[in-house]
Design a protein around this ligand. Structure first.
Ligand SMILES: Nc1nc2c(c(=O)[nH]1)N(C=O)[C@@H](CNc1ccc(C(=O)N[C@@H](CCC(=O)O)C(=O)O)cc1)CN2
Ligand SMILES: Nc1ncnc2c1ncn2[C@@H]1O[C@H](COP(=O)(O)OP(=O)(O)OP(=O)(O)O)[C@@H](O)[C@H]1O
Length: 194
């Protein structure tokens, strides 16, 4: 039964990567603008002092854009540094210029950047190919965020282009939900909806 779910996830993952690539730059930029505007309005984001954010790649929201404004607002920004075994660390950065392509070609902080513990995070921006209305997600299959979210009690949120929002995704026991899913049109708080 688990095997069937993993397989279903893998099939959906491939289809979503294909769908993502069809979005043109202009549509993507407009979508990013709307997603970021909602994120900036989110109380937990505004109140956070330490934000753990991924650096968007490919068709993902271009979240690197948020780094300068976070720093200008006096917040601390941490970015994932991937390790082996599906583990990643939250490394503090002072500028987006510190980032270099790492594993998977995604921009990462350097080895010398300070490593913050999971309980130092206030807010975690969680990447995914898609989310559902209950806060479950389909990631790239590394299990990095499922493992990380288990170690942190920070508020977690995902940015999800509306076309990738689903009613209900397949899920396994280790799958963690996010506390908020932001689309261009709505901010969904699965916990509150019940
Ligand atoms: N921008 C961004 N950063 C992120 C993530 C993310 O989803 N987006 N991650 C979220 O976890 C972590 C990296 N996870 C990743 C997991 C798999 C692949 C990847 O390229 N997988 C191959 C297939 C691997 C295989 O099974 O052979 C691929 O997609 O071609 C990339 C990143 C940490 N940083
Ligand atoms: N908390 C965990 N502890 C141990 N293994 C885990 C945990 N979470 C996920 N895994 C394993 O990692 C692999 C990928 O999991 P999954 O398909 O849920 O990743 P994902 O959520 O798509 O990826 P990511 O979180 O990196 O975006 C699976 O083999 C899964 O069993």
């Amino acid at each position: 039964m688990h095997d069937a779910t993993e397989k279903e996830k893998a099939v959906l993952r491939r289809r979503l990567v294909f769908e993502q690539e069809k979005i043109d730059d202009k549509t993507r930029e407009r979508s990013d603008g709307e997603l970021f505007a909602r994120l900036r309005e989110l109380r937990e984001f505004r109140e956070a002092s330490v934000v753990f954010l991924y650096v968007g790649t490919g068709a993902e929201p271009n979240t690197a854009m948020l780094i300068p404004e976070l720093l200008a607002a006096g917040k601390r920004a941490a970015v994932p540094l991937c390790r082996g075994g599906g583990e990643m660390e939250a490394r503090l950065i002072c500028s987006p210029e510190e980032l270099r392509p790492g594993r998977f070609g995604i921009l990462e902080p350097g080895q010398q950047s300070p490593n913050l513990p999971p309980d130092a995070m206030d807010f975690i921006l969680v990447p995914a190919l898609c989310f559902d209305r209950e806060g479950f997600r389909l990631g790239r299959g590394g299990g990095y965020y499922d493992r990380y979210l288990q170690k942190s009690s920070a508020f977690s949120a995902g940015l999800c282009r509306g076309i990738f929002l689903r009613e209900r995704l397949v899920r396994l026991e280790h799958d963690r939900r996010v506390d908020a899913v932001i689309t261009e049109k709505e901010t969904i708080r699965p916990g509150i909806r019940g």
